[in-house]
Design a protein around this ligand. Structure first.
Ligand code: PSU
Length: 307
């Protein structure tokens, strides 16, 4: 049944030799950033992972094939195709997309599923989905949170965006038994900003320890992964006081236009991009690069643990 998965030669070789691999998602390319900055970001992030001694594996479904690693043609195609032509794949959609021979970009949840199938333990991205504001009436909670509780992958992100309800997101992760580990600071980072005003449940300062915690989780037979929240570098951050009112404005616009379900996150990202004259995108790219570097370090440590 695995004949719907394709590996690039680079990823196949890394799997065969036990070399460190870092998975990357594709929804950030198709639904998270505009063209051509999305393509440039995808290439830069892959290069950064190689520069840090690991092999990048960007994951997507292309015409019904799960691709672990994308060649230049597939990357360009995804980056330059309109959102309406590419499915946004989470746990619920993945098998249908493959069965119908369609093309889709993997969210954090679907990327975790595919990475785990491929034996990849570490995945770097920008932000995860979470509990949306107003979830008490809309019930809008990202499937990313459930996935973290089920699938054994270490996900490196820059925290959750202020477009979400951060305290509720932490509560749900706690209920689901997902370790939320802030890297190198006590506060949970908030994507464009280093600070969220919330203390993270856990803190680690050492990539080796993060890799060990994942291995111990497995040895303890605890299902699920871990979420590492890595603060955006100081020189790239947009402080909370600046981004806060902009997020409020974008949320109000989304409510006025009755944006719902899967369309919410892409709409808000695009609106915040407009309201910041593109500064949110620059910060987004820098934090993904930073997460790629930490992801590579953790993957190297995980590979060393495997021996
Ligand atoms: N956060 C970002 N950029 C993104 C996403 C999140 O900064 O592109 C994407 C990720 O793929 C994440 C998904 O898994 O949005 C969450 O979507 P939803 O809220 O619909 O579950």
């Amino acid at each position: 049944m695995k004949d719907f998965i394709d590996y690039t030669p680079e990823v196949a070789e890394a799997r065969a030799s036990g070399a460190p691999i870092v998975a990357l998602e594709s929804t950030i390319i198709t639904h998270g950033m505009p063209y051509p900055q999305n393509l440039e970001m995808a290439r830069r992030v892959e290069a950064e992972i190689r520069n840090h001694g690991a092999v990048p594996a960007t994951i997507a479904v292309i015409e019904g094939r799960i691709r672990i690693g994308l060649d230049e043609t597939a990357m360009e195609h995804l980056a330059n195709t309109s959102q309406s032509q590419v499915m946004k794949l989470s746990r619920a959609d993945l098998a249908v997309c493959v069965a119908q021979g369609r093309t889709g970009a993997t969210t954090v949840a679907a990327t975790m599923i595919c990475a785990n199938l491929a034996g990849i333990e570490v995945f770097a991205t920008g932000g995860i989905g979470g509990v949306h504001r107003g979830a008490e009436t809309s019930f809008d909670i990202s499937a990313d949170l459930q996935e973290l509780s089920q699938t054994p992958v270490t996900v490196v992100c820059a925290g959750a965006k202020a477009i979400l309800d951060l305290p509720k997101t932490l509560e749900v992760l706690e209920t689901l038994g997902v370790p939320v580990i802030s890297f190198g600071q006590d506060q949970l980072p908030a994507f464009w900003s280093r600070e969220s005003g919330l203390r993270a449940p856990l803190r680690m300062d050492d990539p080796g320890q993060i890799a060990r915690a994942a291995a111990i989780r497995a040895a303890l037979k605890l299902p699920g992964g871990q979420l590492v929240a890595n603060p955006i570098p100081t020189n790239a951050e947009i402080p909370r006081a600046t981004i806060g009112p902009i997020v409020e404005q974008a949320l109000a616009d989304a409510a006025r236009h009755r944006i719902a379900a899967k369309a919410v996150t892409p709409y808000l990202l695009q609106r915040i991009f407009e309201l910041t004259d593109g500064a949110s995108l620059t910060a987004n790219i820098e934090l993904v690069m930073n997460n790629a570097r930490l992801g590579a370090k953790i993957a190297l440590e995980a590979a060393a643990l495997r021996g």
